[in-house]
Structure formats: structure tokens, C-alpha cells
Ligand binder design. Structure first.
Ligand SMILES: [Fe+2]
Length: 367
């Protein structure tokens, strides 16, 4: 009988018991009303209640076993000495360990004292708080390195005393390999695009690299703390002006030197940048950030005129970093000091720029 069939049988048996219980209770209710309850009837009911309780417990244990046997995640229960006292079949599949080797053995025996899997268990048991890790590298029983997503939680008795721990994990090795391959592809794409930008106009590349450093310096405090989000901010900062490569050289020069106002062509660059990045795998968020890096907090920016929190946070950061860098290195206007540029930034707090970000940015740049 497979897992699904045994699960169906448990549910069917429990439904049948429930039906029988209801029939007996109706019968008892009728006899009570008629005042014809006999001692033998009371005995039958007591026996039935006992059977029902036992079958319910067995049924629930069976159900739990079936569920644990069906889930693809590994689950190990450990006692206070960190010895494995229970586990599901997925543990053996994932960790490639033989059945007889597991029970009663300390977790560290398989992965070593320094393994993060063991360290997280120790931390959970010491602090009494659940721990998790996105990437834990362990060696299987066959010596293969795999990557696990791991959750560890302490187990307490009814008085609150720590009596053990439970580890739940899944094998994410395939995902990690795919992510790393995608990252390599994205890095080489950035490299190529950087060369194209440099060929077009060296200023775009050096400006983009400074914007990237400024944006990353405020990212964490601004609320971009996840590695994936910081990576997106990095790429979007480096590529935010990629759309300028479709602007003719003389138009770019006129803007740079302040000798002309080719506004339409220049203002098309955020949308052009989004379009250029539109088919790059993994750049779905990055292209949106690029599109919105000239929006204003008050909604008077371009290309969409969105405002406030509707503008992606990363775009709001780049807007600020780009404006600061452009003012500091702008050759079209008179040279300004860092202090003068920061005053200008503060003057546009809440209109052009996100006010909360301005506060963080100014304190970071002032150092
Ligand atoms: Fe721009």
C-alpha cells in the first residue's frame, strides 16, 4: 500500500468510527428519554468509548507517521544530549546515511563539531531560541558536499524545561548551483555593458561606479539588508544610465557642457534603459529600478510621475546618489563644494528626494 492509500485508509477508518459513535449516542439518547437504559447498555457504551479513544490515538500516530514519511524535508528529533532519537526517511535520502548508523548517535558524529548544522543546534539549545540558516554546507555519508536550508528549534516539556531539539532541512544544492551560474552570467553581462558605457562616454561609467558606492553606503540603514536586494541595488546603480548610450554624442556633450537643452532625448534614457535590460534573466526588479531613477518624491519626475513609496526604494536611493554625484562633478555649472551640494540636497528634502533617505545620506556623506 503506498503513502496516499494508507492515508486514505486512516481517514476512512476514522470516519467509520465517528459514524458508529454517533449511532450509539443517538441510541443512548433515545433510551434515556424512554428511561430504558440497562446496565449492559452502559457497559457496551463504556467499552466502545475505550476502543474509540485507542483507535483515535493509533489513527493519529499513523497519520503523523504517514505525513512525516511523505514530506521531502528531513526531520530529526534530538534529546538533551543532542543524540538522534527519531527521524523520517528523507533524512537518510538527503544525508546518505544508513539506517543502523543513525539512532542514538550524536548529530556531530556525522558532520563534525564545527559543522554549522551542529553549531546551530548547540545555539538553539543554549539560547532556547529557534535558529535558521539559508545555506548550510555538509558532507553526506558518501562524502559529497551538499547545501541545506536548515531550521532548528528547541523542544520544551510542559514545565518549560529544554529537553531536546528538532532539525528540519531540505536539500537546496541544485538551487545554489543554478543561482551561482546565473550570478556568473549576470557579472559577465555587467562587465560587457560597462565596457560599452566606457566606449560611449567615460563619464557615464565613472559616475555609475561612484553612484554604486554611495547607494551601497546607505543601503542597510535605508532598509535594504537582504543580500539579494543589495545585489540588485549594485547592478541597478551601475546600469542606471545605460539608456544614455542611445543618446547621440553631440546631445550628451551639449548637456554636459550646458550648451544645449535636448530635454526629450535625455529624458527618454530611464525608459530606454529599462527596455535594454528587459530580456535579461534575473533582471526583472533591476529594470524597474532603472526605469524609476528620475522620479521625484513629490511626483513631478519622469517617466511615470509616480510619487512617494510608489517609487521603488532602490530607485529613490539612486536618485539621491546620482544627484549628489552629478552636482559635485557637473562641468556645466560652477564647481561646488561637498557642503554646498549637501545644502542643495537638504533644500530638496521631501520634494525631489525621500526625506528619510536624505537624513541617512547626509549623515553618511558627512561621515
Ligand atoms: Fe539618469
Amino acid at each position: 500500500m503506498n503513502e496516499v492509500d494508507s492515508l486514505k485508509k486512516i481517514v476512512r477508518d476514522q470516519a467509520r468510527m465517528l459514524q458508529e459513535k454517533n449511532r450509539l449516542l443517538s441510541d443512548l439518547e433515545y433510551r434515556l428519554k424512554q428511561n430504558i437504559v440497562t446496565d449492559s447498555r452502559k457497559e457496551d457504551l463504556a467499552k466502545f468509548q475505550f476502543q474509540l479513544s485507542r483507535q483515535t490515538i493509533d489513527g493519529q500516530a499513523g497519520l503523523l507517521k504517514t505525513i512525516l514519511g511523505s514530506i521531502p524535508s528531513g526531520l530529526m528529533v534530538l534529546d538533551a544530549e543532542k543524540r538522534i532519537i527519531s527521524y523520517n526517511p528523507a533524512v537518510q535520502n538527503i544525508l546518505e546515511i544508513q539506517d543502523k548508523e543513525i539512532l542514538g548517535k550524536p548529530c556531530s558524529r556525522f558532520f563534525g563539531e564545527s559543522c554549522e548544522m551542529h553549531c546551530l543546534l548547540e545555539k538553539a539549545m543554549e539560547t532556547g531560541e529557534a535558529q535558521c540558516s539559508r545555506e548550510v554546507r555538509v558532507r553526506t555519508g558518501n562524502g559529497r558536499e551538499i547545501v541545506l536550508a536548515l531550521d532548528v528549534a528547541p523542544i520544551r516539556d510542559s514545565h518549560g524545561n529544554l529537553i531536546g531539539g528538532v532539525e528540519i532541512f531540505s536539500d537546496i544544492t541544485g538551487d545554489v548551483i543554478r543561482e551561482s551560474q546565473l550570478q556568473k552570467k549576470q557579472d559577465s553581462l555587467i562587465h560587457v555593458l560597462a565596457k560599452i558605457m566606457e566606449k560611449k562616454d567615460h563619464y557615464i561609467l565613472s559616475h555609475s561606479e561612484r553612484v554604486k558606492d554611495l547607494a551601497l553606503s546607505v543601503a542597510f540603514e535605508a532598509g535594504i539588508s537582504e543580500e539579494k536586494d543589495q545585489q540588485e541595488l549594485t547592478y541597478a546603480s551601475l546600469l542606471h544610465d545605460i539608456g544614455l548610450i542611445s543618446v547621440p554624442d553631440e546631445v550628451l556633450l551639449a548637456k554636459r557642457t550646458g550648451t544645449g537643452k535636448p530635454v526629450d532625448l535625455i529624458q527618454a534614457h530611464p525608459a530606454d534603459g529599462e527596455w535594454m535590460l528587459s530580456n535579461v534573466e534575473g533582471f526583472e526588479e533591476i529594470k524597474k529600478i532603472v526605469r524609476s531613477h528620475h522620479e521625484r518624491f513629490d511626483g513631478k519626475g519622469y517617466p511615470d510621475g509616480i510619487k512617494g513609496d510608489h517609487i521603488p526604494l532602490a530607485s529613490r536611493i539612486i536618485t539621491l546618489a546620482e544627484a549628489y554625484d552629478a552636482m559635485l562633478h557637473d562641468t556645466a555649472t560652477k564647481q561646488r563644494s561637498k557642503e554646498e551640494v549637501l545644502e542643495e540636497i537638504k533644500a530638496n528634502r521631501g520634494s525631489q528626494f525621500d526625506p528619510g533617505l536624505v537624513d541617512i545620506f547626509v549623515s553618511k556623506v558627512k561621515g
